[in-house]
Design a protein around this ligand. Structure first.
Ligand code: SF4
Length: 434
């Protein structure tokens, strides 16, 4: 299949858009899509979205901007700007002002996790946890389509100030060499699997050839199985790519695709299943992750079915996340209480092989906080929480408690339980490099 993408400029040419969407739906795409990124492709449009039931279709919500993804005031601001015929500079200014209100840097990624060597910032890398360095290859900073919930949305709206990107594999190598605790390099984006086989090899070959004694795993964060499985099937360099995966496995480096899968529908398609088989045959692992999202996967049955299907196909369920505090968070948010309930309900209904999954987890500046559930201790109803990743490994595994708040959707909505004045890590900022 040949890849064809659509954006704000040409989405009205899609026959299904003309046949099914109302004028209000189309206006909403134009208004929201002027603020948040929008890109979709022919596979999603023709093969995954059920247009006869598109308002309830998870893939439609996952990819098409729609009413509710901006606050009412911001929606009207952009709507009015478009209606009065604002020129592109004026529209960009309205969009830029709205974006600033959408918390474009959750977890303070721009400043907190950027490695500094000899007083200089290393661009295009992040190092938050001892074992794992994130690398943002500059040629992999876009995707086959954009997810409406994406917390990396600022990277796709042309604001270079908000972009992480690096061409510097040599800097990455020296950094990993001089940090012996690092065992994993995570290629992330965007979607690094947007790159041609040749380009991906240009980044990965030097890492493999460097024979770093501390490096055990290269991870690639990707949505390609859900958005363009033909990457491993009919793209002109699909076979070359898979042969390269074979070569990596032969060098005793564990290569893992960290696959974003938000709904079982993405893996039910025969092309996705065939792509998974081809990838697994090379010895590459596939681990799966997704946030829990209103309108897309907010039910225990959906998660149970998703984990079961993943295990059946040979993938390893890895994370359920909480939708981050950025972009269209309000549209997708599920309360912490309900997220934890859904996780536990689904977890109970899968076999031990599906229970490799962790969560629901919030990625905050301190680390990853798992919402274990709601319980009662000494007469007080509380959230039981656990740090499952932390900027300081000494705190990993630590359980702590927050006052019960039925409306909480993010960590900032929580307060310490039992009359304490702060969470245990809040007076340990030096230990956390905060
Ligand atoms: S594929 Fe990943 S990086 Fe790209 S828009 Fe979706 S969540 Fe964001």
């Amino acid at each position: 299949m040949n890849y064809r993408s659509y954006s704000l400029a040409n989405f009205e040419h899609i026959p299904q858009v003309r046949n099914y969407l109302s004028k209000d739906d189309i206006d909403a795409v134009k208004i929201i899509g002027s603020v948040l990124p929008f890109k979709i492709n022919n596979y999603l449009v023709n093969e995954l979205i059920d247009w006869d039931n598109f308002r309830n279709d998870p893939i439609y919500h996952l990819t098409f901007p729609q009413y509710g993804m901006l606050s009412g005031e911001d929606y009207i601001l952009m709507q009015q700007a478009i209606a009065r015929g604002a020129n592109s500079t004026q529209l960009a200014e309205v969009a830029s002002n709205i974006r600033k209100r959408l918390n474009p840097h959750p977890g303070e990624q721009l400043t907190l996790n950027v490695p500094v060597v000899d007083g200089s910032i290393i661009k295009g890398m992040q190092h938050k946890y001892d074992q794992t360095v994130l690398f943002f290859p500059s040629h992999g900073q876009t995707c086959h389509a954009y997810c409406t919930f994406c917390f990396r949305w600022p990277q796709f709206v042309g604001d270079t100030e908000l972009k992480f990107a690096s061409r510097e594999v040599s800097t990455l190598l020296s950094y990993v060499r001089s940090h012996p605790k690092v065992t994993d390099i995570l290629f992330t984006g965007g979607d690094p699997m947007i790159m041609s086989a040749r380009m991906l090899m240009a980044y990965l070959e030097p890492i493999i050839e460097a024979d770093l004694p501390n490096l055990s795993t290269i991870r690639i964060g990707t949505k390609v199985l859900g958005y363009w499985p033909y990457r491993f099937l009919t793209d002109t360099d699909a076979d070359e790519l898979l042969r390269f995966f074979d070569r990596i496995a032969a060098r005793n480096i564990n290569l893992a695709l960290m696959a974003h899968v938000n709904h079982p529908k993405e893996l039910q398609h025969p092309a996705a299943q065939k792509a998974i088989r081809r990838v697994l045959n090379t010895g590459v692992q596939i681990r799966t992750q997704s946030p829990i999202l209103n309108h897309i996967n907010k039910s225990a049955e959906t998660w149970r079915d998703m984990w079961n299907l993943q295990v059946k196909l040979g993938c390893i369920p890895y994370y359920m996340f909480i939708a981050r505090d950025t972009g269209a968070q309000d549209y997708f948010s599920v309360t912490l209480e309900e997220s934890s309930y859904i996780f536990n309900e689904a977890y109970r209904q899968v076999s031990g092989l599906g229970r490799t999954v962790r969560g629901p987890s919030m990625s905050v500046d301190t680390g990853k906080i798992e919402v274990m559930g709601v319980t009662e201790i000494k007469g007080e109803k509380v959230f039981q929480l656990r740090l499952i990743q932390c900027r300081n490994a000494a705190f990993v595994g630590k359980i702590f408690y927050a006052k019960y708040n039925p409306d909480a959707i993010w960590f900032s909505d929580l307060e310490p339980a039992f009359g304490e004045t702060g969470f245990f890590f809040e007076d340990k900022k030096e230990l956390l490099n905060l």
